[in-house]
Design a protein around this ligand. Structure first.
Ligand SMILES: Cc1cc2nc3c(=O)[nH]c(=O)nc-3n(C[C@H](O)[C@H](O)[C@H](O)COP(=O)(O)OP(=O)(O)OC[C@H]3O[C@@H](n4cnc5c(N)ncnc54)[C@H](O)[C@@H]3O)c2cc1C
Length: 505
């Protein structure tokens, strides 16, 4: 099999929110940046499988990296979302003391948060809690106004698309299988990648390598000879509730955390798009990509959902999903260790990120700044004067535009007049724009994450055949081209009926 060689200054391994934030940050400078991702799109790992909460930063010990990058990342998020055209809702959070035993925890969290520089923290009585969220019960709560919600996959995609628009190379479906350290000072790393689609190898030669491989960060640094770390996967399962309940929650409500718990507990979280999610559970598992949702956890989440929102109907539970925490502690130890963000002295030029579990989503832009400074110790970074923080695809939802703007757009382009996804009111042109994304991602989940089609109550029952028809008629896709998420998930198996002019079946 022929091997291609690609030369770059910095190679980032992993296209989660952290790797994509680093690619975008480095694309401000006059350096060659490449990012390789083993899946067929960015954000297919933990970065699309979480609560989507911008944590305020009071849960982490003062002086820890987690506290530092969380508070900084949260503060950077408004400008970042404005530049990338993303929604962010600063809805705040109540961390509730249900009984006397929780009160010292709240006091400790407040002290910790104040020391970390979290703005506006206040311990509030039940009457004030009720004003912020009707029906919430408890002795008192810690209110954090800077807690917010965003769409985690939209953020990851937008970071990657903006980095690409500013010159970064994003290579999808390329798994790193081998890393050779520089043979002598001044020489490059040789990083071998294998294509998920055709098995072809491509070697990247880079002066600096950034390991941002999430759940596989221990395996990737082992390839470079670093054996200090081990990741223990810990799964969190969720239910997604129908938009009928939009508006039921005006703020985030969490119970006070229990000592040594692996996560922040099960809670109801509104999403920026109007759904509510219930979860996540916490269960150590063997497989790093075992995203199964299990009957027991689903039953427990349904019960929890009914307890927290008594008006819930069975038909409101429209989907489930799971994300996996990249823990550095085994189940018998529990709790969390601090993030590892290091410029390895024993492997010069290897920037190593390990154990970036929660709040990695919130912290991504701040981690990117830290990594930029580490890269600058190896390669001089001169700012470009043509960096455009807003270029790339700007996502917008046609149905959210004012009626007169929509009418003008339909008059100019009739594709805006054709609704493909009825639940989410997504037009044909939005589907086409998602297919033509600048990263060249070509799975059905890539279209879903960009256009929101198939995310509604019918979960694709109505729109999936229409999307497949667009792909066939306007982009010439053959049945074998239709992949849900990866080469291991073809949409069609066996004989596919020729159905001229109709849907692909
Ligand atoms: C249940 C749950 C809830 C969470 N809730 C929140 C929250 O509300 N707020 C918050 O701030 N954080 C939250 N987090 C944490 C947050 O989701 C993660 O910290 C963040 O997504 C980590 O991003 P990442 O880029 O490091 O990892 P990932 O998103 O996992 O990205 C790593 C990428 O590397 C790729 N990769 C791996 N190996 C290779 C290889 N050999 N070659 C090429 N590519 C490779 C993977 O395919 C993957 O895409 C939550 C996490 C979980 C599991």
């Amino acid at each position: 099999m022929p091997v291609n060689d690609t030369y770059t200054d910095v190679l980032i391994i992993g296209g989660g929110v952290v790797g994509c934030a680093i690619a975008r940050e480095l694309s401000r400078y006059r350096v060659r940046v490449a990012l390789v991702e083993k899946e067929l799109d960015v954000g297919f790992g933990t970065s699309s499988r979480n609560s989507g909460v911008m944590h305020a930063g009071f849960n982490y010990k003062p002086g820890s990296l987690r506290a530092k990058v969380d508070v900084r990342g949260n503060a950077l998020m408004d400008d970042l979302c404005r530049d990338l055209g993303l929604k962010i809702k600063r809805i705040g959070k109540l961390t509730v003391a249900l009984d006397e035993a929780d009160v010292p925890t709240l006091n400790r969290l407040k002290e910790q948060g104040d020391a970390n520089g979290v703005p506006g923290l206040e311990i509030i009585p039940p009457q004030t809690m009720q004003k912020l969220q009707k029906g919430v019960e408890g002795l008192m709560a810690l209110h954090s106004p800077s807690s917010a919600i965003i769409s985690p996959y939209a953020l990851t995609i937008a970071l990657a698309e903006n980095a690409a628009a500013n010159g970064a190379t994003i290579r999808l479906g390329r798994e790193v299988t081998e890393i050779r350290r520089p043979a002598a000072p001044g020489e490059s790393f040789e990083v071998t990648t294998v294509s998920a689609e055709d098995g072809r190898k491509e070697t990247f030669r880079a002066k600096v390598v950034v390991n941002s491989a999430g759940l596989f960060s221990d395996a990737v640094c082992r390839m470079a000879g670093i054996t200090d770390y081990r990741i223990y996967p810990c799964r969190g399962e969720y239910y997604v509730l129908d938009k009928r309940l939009d508006g039921s929650l005006s703020t985030l409500v969490y119970q006070a955390p229990k000592p040594n718990a692996p996560g922040l507990g099960i809670h109801l979280t509104p999403t920026v798009d109007g759904n509510i999610i219930i979860g996540p559970s916490a269960e150590y598992i063997d497989g790093r990509e075992d995203h199964a949702c299990t009957a027991d956890v689903m039953a427990a989440l349904r019960k929890e959902g009914h307890d927290l929102l008594p008006s819930l109907r069975m038909s409101d539970f429209i989907r489930n999903f799971a994300g996996i925490r990249a823990k550095q502690t085994p189940p018998e130890v529990g709790g969390n260790l601090d993030f590892v963000i290091e410029d390895r002295k024993d492997v010069p030029g290897f920037v190593n990120l390990v154990g970036i579990e929660s709040p990695g989503l919130t912290s991504a832009p701040a981690i990117a700044e830290m990594v930029r400074d580490m890269v600058a110790a190896h390669i001089p970074l001169a700012e470009r004067d043509d960096f455009n923080p807003r270029s790339g695809r700007s996502p917008f939802f046609f149905s959210e535009l004012p009626p007169d703007v929509r009418a003008d757009m339909i008059a100019e382009n009739p594709n805006y007049g054709e609704i493909i996804c009825r639940c989410e009111q997504i037009t044909k042109q939005e589907i086409i724009d998602a297919i033509k994304n600048p990263l060249g991602a070509k799975t059905l989940i890539s279209i879903k994450y960009r256009a929101r089609a198939t995310m509604g109550r019918c979960q694709g029952g109505f729109c999936l055949p229409r999307i497949t028809r667009i792909l066939r008629d306007e982009f010439g896709w053959k049945p074998e081209n239709f992949l849900l998420r990866s080469v291991r998930s073809p949409l069609y198996a066996g004989h596919v009926r020729e159905d001229k002019g109709g849907d692909v079946r």
